[in-house]
Write a protein that binds this ligand. Sequence first.
Ligand code: ADP
Ligand code: MG
Length: 225
Amino acid sequence: AEEMMIRSEKMSVAGQLAAGVAHEIRNPLTSIKGFLQLLQAGIDRKEEYYKIMVDEIEKIETITSELLFISKPMTDDKKKELLSELLSDVITLMKSQAKLKNVDICMDLDEKQYIYCDRSQIKQVFINLIKNAIEAMKDGGKVFVVADTHKDFCQIDIIDEGPGIPENLIHKLKEPFFTTKKDGTGLGLMISNQIVEKHNGSLEIYRNKEKGSTFRVIIPLKREY
Ligand code: ADP
Ligand code: MG
């Protein structure tokens, strides 16, 4: 068992991902096959089985579309972007989902800061983080998006008022397929982390003192700004 553990710790991200994908896709496939066999045998309750099968197929669709996003070659498509504009776009996009869950998104942005980034990829990072923040608050609450500029980097915090993250789980969140949600994929934070690292930045995760969590994105600034 000890050897197994050492080996799995050494497994590359690609290896972990492949193992996870196989597992995550096999389960719904097995279930679809089972229901098809029941239907083939001419059983009743067809409507119910069709619905389960569609749900299972949707699960596979979600996983494959997230994986396609990862496998997209990271075209070095970085441009100078106005951070506040990029963040406002994402917040506008997330407002309706937030409203449904009784969540307010509050922002405190530096209006003039530019960053050098792949706009659609960095947007994806903030979509993932804000989505998680909304999902963490079952009874609603506030999400704060706070951007600060430092000498060599800018720092964007996504702060929620959810239950927070148990200390012993923090290091697991960026692993592929780690999820505590019924229909989560466990890919959002892994993808976000990869994107931020490709921008020479980092994604830090904190448990807040009072309540909730803070997901901090650090992106280095270029001198010429
Ligand atoms: P998913 O959202 O599909 O579960 P993610 O990679 O986005 O996958 O997140 C992985 C896990 O990290 C979540 O299932 C949840 O347990 C935890 N997590 C992420 N964001 C938060 C948050 N804001 N508050 C508490 N837990 C979180
Ligand atoms: Mg997520």
